[in-house]
Design a protein around this ligand. Structure first.
Ligand code: SF4
Ligand code: SF4
Length: 327
């Protein structure tokens, strides 16, 4: 096994040459250009490595291992732990979760999403052993798991950079990689898709946290719901119940959970829907008949109140199909 020989680094890159097929994915995806392809991948700028493990997550043959120095390990392990969530907020979230579940008949937990800002204390939430995509973590949370993921627990370079955990790898920003994966017709189209989506500044977020809303460990920024279109429709109507406001949803089939369900509601303060994206549909157990909604926490009181009203007559009557002609 070869490794970078630089000793003045927080992280060392080890590449198992016996496994490596020189596919170049590590070079393409490293957000800080540590690698160059020169008779196989070489870690030519090891001092720039900050241990995000994007390369290891992308290597199809698991040939890369990142070794953290004792100082780098200690820096993470000794991070301040956040105080437990205020019991009043916890009780409020539980009540919201109950209303959503009862009125809509949700099958899965609504999910509380938070992004831990750089340097903030970390909530007491377990990290997964394996690397997961953000969408996979969200799907696991809807089934009851609580997960905190710093960059090196994330498996999707797109989501990780969009959510501000890493810089955007150059070949993703330029659109080049999307062409490679046959997802868009031209580099111009890929560039436009990248340009039109929001993206947090690099390394402004230290970890993503997803938990069932009824068991949140820290203040949520967005509540995500995975549900059938009819249930999402009622949520949309609940949001408008007191205002009549019609929504302009932003959906594309790209970056469903990171952009459409999380970042858009977080940055616009409006609800947003998503039909899912090719990534989350291929890599998680989300049903073909499900879609998603992201609700900024600031709108939750209004949504829950509107939903309670709709649940009194409108929802049961509609589900009873009262407009069908008698037969
Ligand atoms: S992808 Fe991350 S872990 Fe891998 S070499 Fe680049 S900075 Fe280091
Ligand atoms: S991603 Fe893995 S197999 Fe591909 S070049 Fe890098 S180390 Fe080799």
């Amino acid at each position: 096994m070869a490794s970078s020989d630089d000793t003045n680094v927080g992280y060392k890159v080890h590449i198992d040459r016996a496994l490596c097929t020189s596919c170049g994915l590590c070079e393409a995806f490293c957000p800080v250009n540590v690698f160059e392809m020169n008779d196989g991948p070489q870690a030519v700028r090891p001092e720039d490595c900050w241990g995000c493990e994007t390369c290891a997550g992308q290597c199809p043959v698991h040939a890369i291992r990142i070794e953290a120095s004792p100082a780098a390990k200690a820096a993470f392990e000794e991070r301040e732990v956040a105080a437990p969530l205020d019991p009043e907020i916890k009780a409020r979230y539980r009540e919201w979760a109950q209303v959503l579940t009862d009125v809509l008949g949700l099958r899965w937990h609504p999910v509380a999403i938070s992004l831990v800002k750089a340097g903030d204390p970390l909530p007491d939430v377990p990290m997964p052993e394996e690397r997961l995509r953000f969408c996979q973590s969200l799907m696991a949370a809807r089934r009851g798991r609580s997960l905190m993921m710093p960059a090196n627990r994330h498996a999707c370079p797109d989501g990780t950079s969009i959510l501000g955990l890493t810089p955007m790898p150059e070949k993703l920003a330029s659109g080049e990689l999307y062409i490679l994966f046959h997802k868009l017709d031209s580099v111009e189209a890929a560039k436009r898709m990248v340009h039109e989506r929001p993206c947090l500044p690099p390394r402004t977020v230290d970890a993503t946290v997803v938990t069932p809303l009824s068991d949140a460990a820290c203040e949520a920024e967005v509540v995500a719901i995975v549900a059938q279109p009819e249930q999402i429709m009622w949520l949309s109507m609940a949001t408008s119940y007191y205002t009549g406001h019609r929504h302009d949803f932003h959906a594309s089939g790209y970056n469903a959970q990171c952009v459409e369900t999380t970042l858009l509601p977080m940055t616009t303060g409006e609800i947003n829907i998503s039909f899912g994206c090719y990534g989350c549909r291929a890599s998680s157990d989300v049903g073909d008949d499900c879609m998603m909604m992201g609700i900024p926490v600031s709108l939750m009181p209004q949504v829950v109140k509107g939903l309670k009203e709709l649940g009194k007559k409108a929802i049961p009557q509609s589900r009873d199909k009262i407009y069908l002609p008698p037969f």
